[in-house]
Design a protein around this ligand. Sequence first.
Ligand code: AMP
Length: 499
Amino acid sequence: MEVDGEARPFLVFSKPKSNRRAEPQAQVQAQPKPARPDPAPAPAAETDSSSGSDSDSEPTPTENGEPCQADAAAPASFADLGLSEWLVDVCSSLGMRRPTDVQRRCIPRALAGENVLGIAETGSGKTAAFALPILHRLGEDPFGVAALVVTPTRELAAQLAEQFRALGSPLGLRCLAAIGGFDSLAQAKGLSRRPHVVVATPGRIATLINNDPDLAKVFARTKFLVLDEADRVIDSNFEEDLKVIFDCLPKKRQTFLFSATMSENLRSLLELSGDNSYFFEAYEGFKTVETLKQKYIHIPPDGKELHLMYLLSKMKEDNIRSAIVFVSTCRTCQYLDFLLEELGRSAVSLHSHKAQSRRLSALHRFKSGQVPVLIATDVASRGLDIQTVDLVINYDIPRFPRDYIHRVGRTARATRGGLSISFVTQRDICLLHEVEDDVGKRFDAYECDDKEVTKDITKVFKARRLANMRMADEGHEDKVQDRKDQKKRDQARKRKHEE
Ligand code: AMP
């Protein structure tokens, strides 16, 4: 992470070999496990995700630990941080009166010209921690393209672009979102007009540059590179795309890396970094926020749909404004969408088998409060900032604790409260224990009224049959199979290439 020769350290990283922590973490207090049913042997992923081909998540290793103390001497207002007056005013008009911890610690270092690696919990204001210093510099010397922000998912890129536009409105900030699923010609044209800030997913920006090498020139003076959700960007299959991106950026620039979770590759990157880098870690590696209540329900075989309907039926009574239901596979996501429709419950779904316009429209309907339930794969697990989300349900407990942290971080944002409930079947118990070990907490059981859970059993089982029929009739089963076949072909090609 040195200012000169940025690209090199990223490119020497090898892929993580396992999804477990590299070394035991001494900081987390061992806690006795409460009495639980014994785990079933070999807790493979739920049916569809075992091949990985229908899953939208990306596994990587993680670390664990205790929070560090806040720095009492740190400046207490945005003005104290050295930001221009117009930015202090914008923050105030957006309800941001005092900087959060990650902002207090990172903004002055970013303004001083340092590279910054910031690890802080979900919903703690990381976006402003990197956006405000960029906008401050743009206010002094507005030119395009001053900053390239790379983030792993399209929805997150769209959200970041919106946040940049809101914070940069007094500047008349021009911000382009270069994301897959939309007209690439229009995006290439937009890029050639040199917007101040480009927010992109790695694949789309690399494709735009590869298709028209002249476009690389728009980044010739770029001063800032941001990797948001940096552990995911670095650890996922984006290596080729990152090479293209680094090749067209000037060596002399600042790099900001932000995430809620740390990975081995990010840690190696830190170790490789020179003196001119600042590292802020609100805690070592892995943490959920204090204001989040975390529960689980032990689900009998065949009971997931019934328990889901039970929880959704209690939303009003429990003052839950909106809920996200996370599943492991695109198939389950679409299936639950049909199931809830059959049962007359208003919901939208978000997964990568859907066209991008339908993905964004689903998210818009959920964000605007038209629909209170979003069913989603891990494409929605990172970064999305929706203040009304009071409940996260892990319909399928994630296979990797890092995904758990990001999923439950969709609620209890910016010091608000929130509840997460994880469904745990007999074969998921090991996964639950892994998550508990990693977040350093034991979760309580969520008390269900069994009579209420089973009250609509006939209706739910009928809807289940109909939803499964629709999956086949409307071609979703074929889509799932096509994806699996494609994945197998890609893996075979990759193996051949490596040989
Ligand atoms: P982020 O972690 O960047 O997604 O931010 C989470 C939420 O916190 C967003 O809704 C921000 O608008 C809000 N936020 C960020 N910084 C502050 C602040 N200093 N004071 C109050 N809210 C903030």
